[in-house]
Design a protein. Structure first.
Length: 575
């Protein structure tokens, strides 16, 4: 290459060297007759000094011009310890213009307040910002760590098809019409689930892949229509074997990226315990505020909301400090969004009680609340009354909001746990039947193997999720390899023989030829990158993401296509 150095490597050991640098003009500062220019590339920034003799010659320079500079490295008088190159500068002898730039729609710097859609429209400019480049470089580093780890542990990297078959019992598919096979469609993979199980039947023993997956779901801060995952599967492996491997790779990532040397095993918590204490199956353990049931305290209460519970229950959290009106309104909105209209509260401050239910609290109830929550300082107690599931889920949302409001979620603290003993099924009101909570090839747990298809509400799965700081970053299960168990599973899900043969016949047939028992897991790499880069949403760690409406403002995808393209595919648009 023509350049001798990057913009991020020169230091005092390079004094008096003749150098050639190439990059973008990041900033121009005029100090009398002398101009100072910050030259930027992906490696860093080097300050250039254009003396009085050359300042007029190069006064055409503007921000984001791409230039080539020759000069001599000199010691900087006012040093900048925040820059790797902050002790030197380059005394310019010549500048060559490589390319001009129009005025950019936003300034290329960190901590800008530009609207996200503007940034996405000009994503190639947004990616020039240091914070965005660090995010993308972090992705590359994590992928490198993962790939080396699995290769070192005798896993074989194998690619799976992108054009596959649509199958039921999953999220909504993205469909691709086939021109060569009119009226038929491929489905983009939600995961390589069935293919990786076939690898085990094929005898490959240990498989992994860093793979693009697709799900047509409503978007949120940790979800995109296309996403990357680490996919892996092991023959002759049970849940503990998978957890051991996944723990090892997560610990390696945290050590290499954050310098954290975690020795102890990750915590394990049952789904039932996680939901009961934290209101969801992905609890953020960086702060407390466990949800409690306080029905017994209000057995003979005069508070109308807490009377005549019938099939309802009172779920409560005791919060450190006195929440103000704005905070309580925000928490009430979190409850409302989860189907609960009333978030009752009382405040305790030096033996004084206030709040929406304070006037109706008896002395006995006050004392029992203080004892139950072990209150010794200013506190706010929150209450939700509803059926157990709805009340707990809503209070879980309130708890999550509390973590943000009170700034309890330290981004440099990483709390990781396994959530296990998941329900095997969940009831679909829409379909009026039980559906697979994970997927229909998940092995029932040993203690319900004889009854899972009869007592579906109680059935547990050999499934496991790994959670980091309140986000599910991965999950997997042991697979069904016994055809009789698989047949019982399909019957429990009320899948007809016709549906089974059409959608899964090709897969089930493989099990007739000798299959090892096997288990696997997938890690959501975008979510891991989001957490480790302290980003606010998943779009900040993806080079070219879609916005919250599933649109790419830069390319306008998805977009209309021509009538002739539709005709080739035998597709007619419904008006």
């Amino acid at each position: 290459m023509k350049r001798t150095h990057t913009c991020g490597e020169l230091n005092l050991t390079d004094l008096n060297k003749k150098v050639l640098l190439q990059g973008w003009v990041a900033k121009i500062r005029k100090m009398g007759a002398i101009n100072f220019v910050d030259l930027r590339d992906v490696y860093g920034i080097t300050q250039l000094v254009i003396d009085e003799k050359l300042s007029k010659k190069y006064d055409f320079l503007k921000n984001e011009y791409v230039i080539e500079v020759e000069g001599k490295v000199i010691e900087r008088k006012s040093k900048n310890k925040d820059l790797k190159t902050g002790e030197i500068e380059v005394e310019v002898s010549t500048i060559k213009l490589i390319n001009k730039s129009d005025l950019t729609p936003f300034e290329i710097k960190d901590n800008i307040e530009t609207q996200e859609d503007t940034r996405l429209t000009y994503r190639y400019l947004d990616l020039r910002r240091s914070i965005m480049q660090k995010n993308i470089i972090l992705r590359s580093k994590i992928n490198h760590i993962i790939r080396n780890f699995f290769i070192d542990n005798n896993f074989i990297e194998i690619e799976t098809p992108v054009f596959g078959k649509s199958t039921p019992e999953g999220a909504r598919d993205f469909l691709v019409p086939s021109r060569l096979n009119p009226k038929k469609f491929y489905a983009l993979p939600q995961s390589p689930q069935l293919y990786k199980q076939l690898f085990m039947i094929s005898g490959f023993d240990r498989y992994f892949q860093i793979v693009k997956c697709f799900r047509d779901e409503d978007l949120r801060i940790d979800r995109q229509p296309e996403f990357m995952q680490l996919d892996m599967e092991m023959s002759f492996a049970e849940d503990k074997d998978i957890m051991e491997i996944i723990e090892a790779v997560i610990k390696k990532i945290l050590f290499e990226v954050k310098g954290l040397d975690i020795k102890e095993p990750f915590l394990k918590m049952s789904f039932a315990e996680a939901f009961d204490k934290f209101g969801n199956d992905k609890p953020d353990l960086r702060f407390g505020y466990e949800i409690k049931t306080v029905d017994s305290i209000f057995k003979n209460t005069e508070i109308p909301l807490f009377s005549n519970l019938d099939n309802k229950t009172i779920r409560s959290i005791c919060v450190n400090g006195l929440l103000n009106k704005k905070q309580l309104e925000e928490l009430t909105e979190s409850a409302n969004q989860n189907g609960v209209n009333i978030l009752a509260f009382t405040k305790f401050d030096k033996n004084e009680w206030s709040g929406s239910i304070a006037s109706k609290l008896s002395q006995k109830e006050k004392k029992e609340l203080v004892d139950f929550f072990n209150i010794s300082n200013e506190s706010t107690i929150l209450f939700i009354v509803d059926d157990y599931h709805k009340a707990t889920k809503a209070m879980g949302a309130v708890r999550s909001s509390l973590g943000k409001i009170q700034q309890l979620c330290n981004p440099n603290d990483f709390k990781i746990l396994w959530v296990v003993d998941f329900p095997l099924f969940e009831f679909s009101e829409e379909e009026n039947r039980f559906v697979a909570a994970h997927h229909p090839f998940t092995m029932p747990s040993d203690d319900c193997l004889n009854t899972f298809d009869k007592e579906m509400k109680k059935a547990k799965a050999k499934a496991y999720d790994i959670v980091m700081n309140g986000f599910e970053i991965g999950g997997g299960s042991q697979r069904i390899t016994d055809l009789k168990i698989q047949e019982r599973m399909f019957e429990a899900l009320k899948l007809s023989k016709e549906v089974i043969d059409k959608n899964f016949g090709w897969f089930i047939n493989a099990y007739k030829y000798g299959a090892p028992y096997h288990s696997g897991c997938a890690l959501g790499l975008d979510r891991i990158n989001m957490i480790l880069s302290n980003s606010e949403n998943i779009r900040e760690v993806i080079a070219f993401p879609k916005n919250s409406s599933g649109i790419d403002p830069m390319t306008y995808a998805p977009d209309l296509v021509t009538e002739s393209q539709l005709n080739e595919l035998n597709i007619k648009i419904k008006e």
